[in-house]
Design a protein around this ligand. Structure first.
Ligand code: HEC
Ligand code: HEC
Ligand code: HEC
Ligand code: HEC
Ligand code: HEC
Ligand code: HEC
Ligand code: HEC
Ligand code: HEC
Ligand code: HEC
Ligand code: HEC
Length: 345
């Protein structure tokens, strides 16, 4: 460290000691008397610990040397916790992620005496977020997801105090959600490092090509998001697919009419799900179908539908007739029907 910086640090350090005493004396709420910085996860943050522990100095102390981080942090929802009654007496602010700061401050900012999540493994740094976040439905299953298993951590997608600007062009979440309006001061929606879908496409470039195909869900255009169908925070489903409440496919959030219940169900819609016939991202085939022509798709399962003489089969139901080719002109309610067993209407 340069001599000038050392002197400055010493001066600040001395002043800090005074401040610390003041803070320790009465500024922090609900001392329990027992220093219990319990930490359920080794190496994780002490979030939820009682601030009675004298090793905690409070965010205002950090501010003196880290004004930038403080400023950015103060725009995030985390900064508001200090004001909430339910968090009184708990570690909030800088030290909820960085751990107790006293040693670091006393040593004039020795970087080895403070937790820097960037230097932890993805799993260890995520654990520190999960000490507070594991309780929510959405994040409960992070440890079951593909991202966790492949060392993608919370801070690969979220920047707790980066002033990452949100682009306001189509494709950004700013156009499709009210959250930015709710919290215009936030550094970015949900503190994401980039808006969706860009944040996902950084690592999943293959999917960009799929969403450029002639028939597609308009994700790149900003009409919907990857996270409408996927939970980036993991879950029980394969491919981290989101569950619509009470149903078995993410598709039903927007296409509920295809699910029924119908008096006459088309079995595969229920048993195999939408993706047995449709590609979810994009396709060269109209209606996002997995086959170029509808009849190819149908005949894969109904290979005997053209057999003249099969029970109930009309005689035009015959590969020799052109009329037969276009299955859904007659079997129009292909996802299920309330009036007709063979889905005519
Ligand atoms: C007396 C000034 C001072 C105070 C107060 C202070 N820091 Fe620091 N901090 C520093 C200096 C100096 C560095 C080293 C910067 C560098 O190496 O570029 C640093 C580095 C850090 C780092 C990065 C460590 C690394 O691995 O590179 C973190 C994280 C950090 N401080 C957090 C905090 C937190 C949280 C608080 C409040 C509890 C705090 N600091 C209070 C001076 C301070
Ligand atoms: C929600 C968790 C969280 C909180 C709260 C938090 N930080 Fe950080 N901090 C991080 C993470 C994660 C990094 C690693 C860099 C990154 O991922 O952006 C970091 C990095 C840093 C660094 C290293 C330099 C840098 O920017 O990379 C400093 C200094 C720092 N934080 C200071 C603070 C201060 C001061 C506060 C309170 C005003 C604070 N942090 C609050 C999570 C947090
Ligand atoms: C692969 C990227 C990614 C990772 C990894 C990730 N997130 Fe998220 N997170 C998002 C996206 C995208 C959103 C906004 C859409 C949504 O809610 O799913 C979000 C939203 C959130 C929200 C606000 C919405 C809500 O559900 O309450 C919280 C809180 C959150 N993430 C916390 C976390 C925590 C904690 C971790 C680590 C355990 C984490 N995230 C890991 C991408 C990610
Ligand atoms: C001290 C407990 C605590 C820790 C540690 C913590 N969080 Fe949070 N976080 C919260 C609470 C509580 C909220 C809800 C704030 C609100 O909505 O008022 C929140 C909100 C969020 C949000 C939603 C922001 C929004 O715009 O709605 C994200 C994203 C998030 N946290 C990510 C993280 C990440 C990533 C980490 C780890 C680097 C982390 N949190 C660590 C308590 C914590
Ligand atoms: C930092 C890089 C990174 C980011 C950012 C990222 N992912 Fe991933 N994602 C991965 C890795 C690595 C895997 C595991 C390997 C794989 O299957 O491709 C994965 C796996 C997945 C899977 C499961 C694939 C499978 O075969 O099981 C889905 C779905 C997914 N990510 C969606 C998203 C979404 C949605 C976003 C944006 C919110 C996102 N990812 C952001 C790196 C990332
Ligand atoms: C309309 C819903 C939907 C949207 C939007 C969507 N996905 Fe998917 N995605 C799925 C489904 C369903 C699967 C599983 C396909 C399967 O199991 O055959 C999947 C599979 C994946 C996989 C696994 C590999 C693969 O291609 O099968 C990745 C990675 C992935 N999606 C990433 C993304 C990313 C990144 C975005 C946004 C750019 C995105 N998805 C948007 C529904 C969607
Ligand atoms: C967030 C809402 C949303 C979700 C979730 C969603 N879709 Fe869609 N889907 C749409 C919209 C909007 C359209 C209209 C086409 C467009 O965007 O241009 C559409 C169109 C379609 C089309 C017709 C495409 C065409 O060429 O006419 C099919 C097939 C489809 N979706 C299947 C699915 C499947 C399968 C899933 C689940 C993997 C799904 N959708 C999930 C919103 C959604
Ligand atoms: C057995 C195959 C099959 C299954 C399973 C299936 N679809 Fe379809 N779907 C089709 C066919 C074939 C068409 C085209 C009909 C046409 O063009 O006349 C279609 C068309 C669509 C369309 C666009 C036309 C319209 O009616 O709006 C949407 C949206 C759609 N399907 C959504 C879904 C959803 C959501 C699911 C799952 C609940 C699903 N499909 C399951 C075969 C299937
Ligand atoms: C993934 C396999 C699969 C695909 C693809 C498929 N079906 Fe089916 N379909 C079935 C099954 C299974 C049944 C229920 C058969 C039963 O109950 O005997 C069924 C039932 C039917 C029935 C009612 C038959 C009856 O006797 O009640 C009709 C009509 C039908 N499908 C037409 C079509 C058409 C038209 C297509 C193409 C758009 C198609 N199916 C695609 C599997 C499939
Ligand atoms: C011109 C109208 C028409 C077209 C086109 C058509 N069908 Fe049919 N389909 C019928 C009629 C009529 C029945 C008999 C309904 C009944 O039994 O009440 C039938 C019955 C069926 C059945 C049920 C057979 C059984 O044993 O009960 C299946 C499966 C079927 N069609 C599949 C297909 C497939 C696959 C295609 C396209 C390759 C197709 N249909 C094209 C009119 C049509």
């Amino acid at each position: 460290m340069k001599p000038l910086k050392t002197t400055k640090t010493l001066l600040i350090g001395g002043w800090l000691l005074g401040l610390l005493l003041w803070v320790g004396a009465g500024h922090l709420p609900h001392s329990t008397g027992t220093a219990q910085a319990q930490n359920q996860h080794q190496g994780a943050s002490p979030a939820g610990a009682q601030v009675a522990d004298a090793n905690y100095v409070g965010s205002e102390t950090c501010r003196m040397c880290h004004e930038d981080q403080f400023k950015n942090f103060s725009h995030t929802p985390h900064a508001g916790l200090e004001q909430e009654a339910s968090w009184h007496g708990r570690v909030v602010g800088c030290e909820s992620c960085h751990g107790p700061g006293k040693a670091h401050v006393d040593a004039g900012g020795d970087p080895t005496k403070i937790i820097n999540p960037k230097k932890l493994s993805a799993k260890a740094s995520s654990e520190s977020c999960l000490t507070c976040h594991a309780g929510s439905d959405d994040h409960n299953n992070f440890r079951r997801g593909s991202h966790w298993r492949n060392d993608v951590g919370c801070v690969d997608c979220h920047a707790p105090h980066d002033p990452s600007p949100v682009p306001t062009r189509p494709g950004s979440t700013t156009l499709v959600t009210g959250d930015v309006r709710r919290n215009p001061e936030s550094t970015s929606l949900y503190m994401l490092r980039a808006s969706e879908p860009q944040i996902c496409l950084k690592c999943h470039s293959e999917q960009r090509a799929q969403f450029n195909m002639p028939f597609r869900h308009r994700v790149l255009e900003g009409a919907m998001k990857c996270s409408d169908c996927h939970n980036p925070h993991g879950g029980f489903e394969t491919r981290q697919v989101r569950l619509a409440s009470g149903t078995d496919a993410p598709c039903l959030k927007c296409h509920a009419d295809k699910q029924g219940p119908f008096v006459f169900e088309h079995a595969p819609v229920k048993t195999e799900g939408c993706t047995i016939c449709h590609t979810p991202h994009g396709s060269n085939n109209p209606r996002l179908l997995v086959r170029t022509q509808i009849r190819q798709l149908c005949l894969e399962c109904h290979s005997n539908a053209h057999e003249i003489g099969a029970p109930n089969t009309p005689n035009f139901h015959n590969e020799a007739t052109v009329r037969f080719q276009n299955c859904t002109t007659c079997h129009a309610k292909i996802h299920g029907s309330n009036v007709n067993r063979t889905f005519f209407r």
